[in-house]
Design a protein around this ligand. Sequence first.
Ligand code: 5RP
Length: 216
Amino acid sequence: MTAGSVETDKRLAAEYAASLVQDGMRVGLGTGTTVAPLLPALGARGLRLRCVATSPATAAAARAAGLAVEPFESLTELDIAIDGADQIAPGPWLVKGGGRAHTREKIVAAAAARFVVIASGEKRVERIRPPVPVELLAFGTASTLHRLGHVVLRGGPPSPDGGVIADWTGPVEDPAALAARLDAEPGVVAHGLFGPELVTDVVVASAGDLAIRAPR
Ligand code: 5RP
């Protein structure tokens, strides 16, 4: 598949997701290159929306597209959130955080009545494979790394919340077991495994065709 057709598939999935949004909704906006075409598609619809963004980059792009973005402070629930993924495995289990935003993305997904994952076809995998992004609390990072093992610092700036971005590079035999292990570690702020309880819709475009897994 050429790079051009991957971009076309991302836009197809994003534009379908934009069509799910209705006037008056509270909308969570993900982060990444698949979400990028969602923002102008949503802005062009001219709906009255209240949006929250999962990264400063998305907030800026959403405002440029004419969307009203507010801090995620007063809203307690969202009607829909739309975001990309690095891997989509049966379950569905997702890996997110390639764009370093998985902590905010998970909070937004958890707040949403409907969480729509959009992707081009190469994101589909039979099994989750490493790396799995993690965000660590800066305090005690060396100790957290020592306890976890198999976690490598990614380098680069901290997250917008001051966290240290790293990646689990060990085996992923069972995503639920790894998620539970990472959730149990006090130094892990959030990991990039998103389980079936978070995901309602999966929208994947491959070579111009859409495959849609509807809400549960
Ligand atoms: C950011 C993410 C992105 O959704 C994920 O990395 C997919 O990005 P892209 O749409 O650019 O392939 O989790 O933290």
